[in-house]
Structure formats: structure tokens, C-alpha cells
Design a protein around this ligand. Sequence first.
Ligand SMILES: C[S@@+](CC[C@H](N)C(=O)[O-])C[C@H]1O[C@@H](n2cnc3c(N)ncnc32)[C@H](O)[C@@H]1O
Length: 464
Amino acid sequence: MRLSGEVCREVRALIASRLGLDFPESRQADLERGLLRALRASSIPAPEAYLTWLAALPDESPEWRRLAGHLTVGETYFFRDRALFEALEGEVLPSLIQVRRSEGVPRLRLWSAGCATGEEPYSLAILLDRLLPDRTDWAVTILATDINPVALEAARRAIYREWSFRETPQWVRDRYFHRRGAETFEVDPGIRRMITVVPLNLAEDGYPSVVTNTTAMDLILCRNVLMYFTREAQRATVARLQRALVSGGWLAVSPAEASAELFRPLAPVSFPGAILYRTDHAYVVPPLPSWQADTGLPDSPAPLLSVPISSDLVTPPSPVTSSLEEQAEALPHTGTDLPRARALADQGKLEEARELCEAALARDRLDPETHLLLAAICQERGEIPAALEALRRAIYLAPDSAPAHFLLGSLLLRQGQQRRGRRSLETVVHLLSGVPRDEVLPGGDGLTASRLLETARAYLELRG
Ligand SMILES: C[S@@+](CC[C@H](N)C(=O)[O-])C[C@H]1O[C@@H](n2cnc3c(N)ncnc32)[C@H](O)[C@@H]1O
């Protein structure tokens, strides 16, 4: 496909604004190749007609997600970037685990943003399985998102070929995978169940949100994704990812994407061969609480990949005040406390947020938005029956609440209840079809009608 200068400029601008992807002159051939593949897969014969049609589609159209699949590289493998996984295994995850144990809050929330076919989130799940001998007592969330529906289906199938193991120690494959054919290996179901695979376009503003389970993250891996984005999309994406982190949370990008300037105010923290970025807490490994010595837990396993990393290699970042924290503090204690509870939930202060919701419900049991927020908080705390109960009340009080039906649908899907989950998401599509695109939805944590509609459609598009 050869594009004239004028058309080319228009296509580039369109792709940059909808998908965040950057195609400078030097990548003209990649752009044309990708568009040609997308054109062949569509039912439209001529390039100009295809591009005009694409431009007229709203950005929630599935065609945009399919196009992203043709324009992006899905290259990935298990434990890609050894130095990073050593830092995660030797320092970052143990420190998070230790803090949570000392607080008596056995919860971890990790996100692989731009997960491609899933090797990255499954690598995280394997690390956690090794680091948490008492894993069944923990609420662990590993969110795996990507824009490309074909890649997401592969992540859900969880069946891999030799090539995905090119830097993986043999025993990892022996222990965590089952041979399914001469050259194919399936992830162990126990590890498979640890990750939640859902679509998400990082270039859009539908996150972080309690409704899409994209807040209060302890660690986000967004590697080899931002490098394909325009500078503007990089900045907007980093700002959103930063808001999705708890205080003291970590962001990991690939070495080629490291940039103190882009990630400010996150502070760079150096490990041998890897740099991670951290929100406002100074890096301090807390002393072991005395009760932990008596838990009967086995010692930490030997490191998966190599020797542990010394913690004094870590540079303590300068403290930065969290704007969310300030926001929550500044909010007046109003009658309902809802904005304050939401701000606390966004920061990952889930226990305080839950208490506020319960206090608000003690005053007014009939407020559907408080039940909805409570449901989202329970979901983040890993309390699924309580989340379902709160949602049942929210929907009883506000049967037309699309965010409540969405949360219910995504929870049911995570529980493996495909038919019921899909039915709830279809209700979301039905409820939002006539609603003005930019209408901000009550209880939707800032989500607009078109954003939630797009998300529900993308979830429905993905096969179970
Ligand atoms: C090279 S892969 C990275 C996989 C994995 N993170 C790793 O480092 O091994 C890049 C992924 O980014 C995804 N991607 C590109 N643009 C995206 C967007 N706007 N939103 C979400 N994912 C996107 C692509 O679909 C692709 O799967």
C-alpha cells in the first residue's frame, strides 16, 4: 500500500490520537504494511475508503482494537529481562510482602499493562507462587491487559510454544507447565487462575477506575509499550498509571524506556541492570514483626533466577506528596463521605475507605452509589461474596446503573460464570446505547458513557 503525503499525515494523526501509536517517517514502511494487513482483513476493498470509514468510527469501535493488532509488535517471552525479574524477586516483591504482612493486610495487586500473549503476567504469578508459601491466605490480583484481542485470547488459552521459554530456566517449565503436544505447553491451572485477562487501551482515559479494577496497584509492569507511543501519549499514559499506584507502589518499564524526566514525580530506584520507578515512600525494608517468627512459614525460597540483590544498592527517592492523599485529607467530612471514600479507595487505603462506606450506609442504607463503591472496594480486597452482595443491593436500588452491571459482569466472568457475566455486560451495552457519549455516569468513578460502553463491548468480544 502506498499512501500519498497528505493521506499519510492524516492517518498518522488519527492513529496517534486513537491508539497513542507513533509512526515517524522512519517507520513509514511498518505503517503501510500494518494498514495493508488490516485492509485485507476488512471487507472494504480500497485503501482510501477504508481510511475514510475508519476515521468516521468512534474510538470505541472494535475495528480500532483490531487495527492496533496489525500495527503493533507482540514480541514477548517468559521472564523477559532477567535483571528486572531478579530485582522483583529479590527486592521489590519481598519488600511489598513484608510491609503487607506487618500491616496484617495480606493483599497484593499487580498489573501487566500491555501484556501481549500473557508471558509477562504468568511470570509474575510464578514469582508470587514462590514468594508466598501461604498464598491461599492472600488476596492476589494480577491484572493482564492489552488492546489486541487476538493476543488476549492467546493469554487466556495459556498454551505456549518453545520460543516463549527462550530465557526461562528449565525447571520453571517442568514445575509450572504441562506438556500438551510435541512442542506445546500449558500453564498449570493454579497459576492460570491467578491472572485476570481483560482488554484495555492505554491511550484512552478510562483508567484508573475502581469500576475497571485499575486502581490501588502495588506494582505495574508496562514494558516495551510506551516506546511505540507519541510523546504526548506517553505523558498521558504515565500520568494515569501513576494515579493507579498506591503510595509506595512501583512502576517497571523496559531499560530502553527509562527516563527520569518522563516518569517524574516517580523516583527512579536502581537495581543491578534494572531501574524501577516508585511513588512517594522512601525505600525502607521494615523490620520483621515479632509475630511473624511464629507463623511456621517456611523460609523464603532460593531465588528463582540468581542471587538476591543487596538492598543498599537502592537509592531512596526524595519524598513527594501524593496529590490524591492531599485530596482525601482536604475533603470535608460531609453527610455521605462518598468522595472521601472514593479518594481513599483510589490510593489503596481500602480498609479506611470501606469503613467510611459502612458509616455512610449506617446513615443512609438506600444510597446505591455507596453500595457500588463498597462493592468495588470489596473486590479490590479480594472479598468476592461481600462484593456480590453489595452489588445486589446497588442494582436493586438503581436497576439502570450501568457501572453496577459492569462490575457485576466482570466479577462473574472472573469467577468463571461466563453466561451470567456476559448477560450483565449485555445489559450495560443495552443501558448505554442511547446515552450521550460524554455523559459522566453516576457511581462510575469519572467514566463516561462511551468509555464504559466501549469497555463492555471489548469484554464481550473476547471469548471465554
Ligand atoms: C512488545 S509487546 C510487550 C509485551 C510485554 N509487556 C513484554 O515486554 O514482553 C507490546 C504490546 O503493547 C500492546 N499495545 C500497543 N498499543 C497499546 C495500547 N494503546 N493499549 C494497550 N496495549 C497496547 C500491543 O498490543 C502489544 O501486545
